[in-house]
Design a binder for this molecule. Structure first.
Ligand SMILES: [Fe+2]
Length: 311
């Protein structure tokens, strides 16, 4: 039976307007200037609304969101993003990992990630840490695990506060160790392990200040233990590559921002719709994937198919 998974990322439509000077007296000032000059024009709520409408019409079995819902991690932005999440659908249907903008500066969990907790928490025994109800996973409670149909959605957090000018990410040795154990258990259950992470495990296309700092260590875990698909955001560009896995190459797919207006064709908003089926015996890979790209059309204001292919 074919299972369908939508992948959206980097919404960036929450507004820092009206925040006080005290809240900007740190790294946020640079981010606020960037939002004021560029981001608020590039990322349009109307486009994200249109994407939601199309996505709901496509009715995938599940939705993956790979972070950067906010701009400068203000408490008002977390509350606004929570309303966008609720508008998209119920937590049981949507799995979320945070991005670097969602950890722009340190914010108490009660005023930030906790507001998204139901979309982030684990609901499987393989997860080594399960956050109490109403609270988001702490760094020690990632990776998260959610099983839906044949999929195990494994949420990795690469988001952490970084110095001004840096948009880098880090998974960390503790999370990598837990990830290796978790993937081994899930793969023993014959589940299709889909890794969700904001930063790409592939460095190509990212300057050092935007990369995952321990990408090599993450690739080592995936090469040794295996995963079936890796989905990431962060680049606001389409990215498609593979990394070595234990039996077969692992596809790594990056999706564009869900809200980017059409100023540059290569950045115009898109989302991905995967079809997932068990592969025939002897194919090497355990699962077969099709990928439909659905993109924003400025002429109609709607989203439509821009092509389909096998991975
Ligand atoms: Fe990002």
């Amino acid at each position: 039976m074919r299972y369908t998974l939508a992948h959206v990322s980097d919404w960036h439509v929450t507004s820092p307007a009206g925040c006080g000077l005290r809240e900007l007296a740190n790294k946020r000032l640079l981010g606020w200037l960037s939002w004021k000059q560029r981001r608020r024009h590039r990322h349009q709520p109307s486009i994200l609304r249109s994407l939601f409408k199309d996505l709901k019409r496509q009715a995938p079995d599940h939705v993956a969101v790979t972070g950067d819902l906010t701009n400068i991690a203000l408490p008002q932005e977390f509350a606004e993003a929570a309303r966008w999440l609720a508008d998209l659908g119920p937590p049981s249907w949507i799995s979320l990992v945070p991005g670097n903008h969602d950890a722009y500066v340190r914010v108490p969990a009660t005023r930030s990630w906790d507001l998204w907790s139901e979309y982030m928490v684990s609901d499987e025994p393989e997860a080594e840490g399960v956050a109490p109800t109403g609270t988001a996973p702490t760094p020690d409670e990632f990776p998260t695990v959610r099983v839906r149909g044949p999929l195990a959605l494994v949420g990795v957090s690469s988001a952490l506060p970084t110095p001004p000018g840096s948009a880098a990410g880090r998974v960390g040795s503790g999370q990598l160790e837990r990830l290796a154990r978790t993937l081994a258990e899930l793969r023993a259950r014959e589940l299709c392990c889909v890794l969700l992470v904001h930063h790409s495990p592939v460095d190509d296309g990212f300057t050092p200040r935007r990369r995952l700092q321990d990408s090599a260590e993450l690739r080592d875990v995936l090469r040794d233990v295996g995963a079936d698909l890796v989905l990431h955001g962060h680049g606001h560009k389409t990215a498609s590559s593979t990394i070595p896995g234990p039996e077969a190459a692992i596809p790594v797919l990056g999706v564009r921002s869900s809200s980017h207006c059409e100023e540059l064709e290569s950045r115009r908003a898109q989302y991905h719709l995967f079809g997932i089926e068990r592969a025939s015996v002897g194919d090497g890979a355990r699962f077969a994937f099709s990928l439909e790209t659905r993109g924003y059309d400025a002429a109609t204001g709607g989203f439509g198919s821009e092509g389909e292919r096998s991975l």
